[in-house]
Write a protein that binds this ligand. Structure first.
Ligand code: GDP
Length: 291
């Protein structure tokens, strides 16, 4: 079982929100149960339960007290407790709304939104397609130098899933890199309806500097963030580390930049690991935001 340490209290301010998100942490330790679907081909859940021992704070959403949280309230493969705001998380319909080349061109109807961000090749398109259960709805351009667009998808006519341009193209020119940075940073700093950024991190490779830089920038700017670890089905390659070891290393490296540890969750677009859990997490943040 994975041990989590819960402590302290976090007031999660976003400059873009009309009210603060308050999330709290208790000080006891907690075990994450194995996923409730034993039939799922999910080797990681076994390796996590037998090998992982990293410590991280539990994320307790609004509406629930730390002492009310027991093991069964924590989403498998994450540090996220489920609270009373977690409603129906199913995606019944999704429609592409528009691509915007500037933050100020994004939809202005005040619906809450979740932005998906990650290094090129992290598995962003695969995750979005898996979340909405549609093949190739996310077809963002993968070529450096091509126009970078913010793509808005309207889910259940009530909230947006936003596909942001990937960062870190190995072959991108300096101009393209700078463009990405000013373009996307403008979005983060000016988007009033942004509930949280889902920052995708590839768990099949060791922590990458560019991901750490991105996480730290978001943290410094008080942008609410959830770490979504991708490719957690990929087992150790040659002398590489297992996904849970890479996740532990990543958490260690960002720890000093966060007073309270952000929510995190393990996913795989191949096995479906973490999909329903991530949707539930989104649902409780969204329902609270809607209050
Ligand atoms: P993007 O550039 O971030 O949109 O990444 P893609 O979704 O196109 O995925 C990049 C590569 O990683 C592709 O070869 C995918 O098949 C692979 N991939 C994506 N998600 C997963 C996953 O969960 N597990 C594994 N094993 N491979 C994945």
């Amino acid at each position: 079982m994975m041990t989590l340490v819960r402590s302290g209290m976090l007031r999660f301010f976003s400059p873009s929100l009309s009210h603060p998100h308050t999330f709290s942490f208790s000080s006891s330790s907690l075990s994450i149960p194995n996923p409730p679907t034993p039939s799922l081909p999910n080797p990681l859940s076994r390796s996590i339960s037998t090998h992982a021992s990293f410590q991280t704070q539990l994320f307790i959403p609004p509406g629930i007290q730390p002492d009310e949280v027991d093991d069964s309230a924590v989403l498998p493969g994450s540090n996220i407790a489920v609270g009373p705001y977690a409603g129906d998380s199913r995606i019944k319909e999704v429609e592409f709304v528009k691509s915007s080349s500037r933050a100020k061109d994004c939809p202005r109807d005040d619906r809450p939104e979740f932005a998906v961000l990650g290094r090129s090749n992290v598995g962003k398109s695969s995750l979005i397609n898996s979340l909405v259960r549609k093949r190739e709805i996310a077809l963002t351009s993968k070529k450096p130098g091509k126009t970078q667009l913010i793509n808005h998808f309207l889910v259940n006519k009530s909230w947006y899933l936003v596909d942001l341009p990937g960062y870190g193209f190995a072959k991108a020119s300096e101009t393209a890199k700078t463009d990405w940075s000013s373009f996307t940073k403008g979005y983060f700093l000016n988007r009033n309806t942004l509930v949280a950024v889902l920052l995708l991190i590839d768990a099949s490779v060791p922590p990458q500097k560019i991901d750490l830089d991105c996480a730290n920038w978001l943290g410094r700017n008080n942008i609410p963030i959830t770490f979504v670890f991708t490719k957690c089905d990929k087992m150790k390659v040659a002398k590489g580390k297992r996904p849970d070891e890479n996740i532990r290393d990543f958490q260690e490296l960002i720890k000093q930049n966060y007073k309270q540890h952000p929510p995190w969750i393990m996913t795989s677009s191949v096995t479906g690991l973490g999909r329903d859990e991530l949707l539930l997490h989104i649902s409780q943040l969204r329902n609270y935001w809607d209050q």
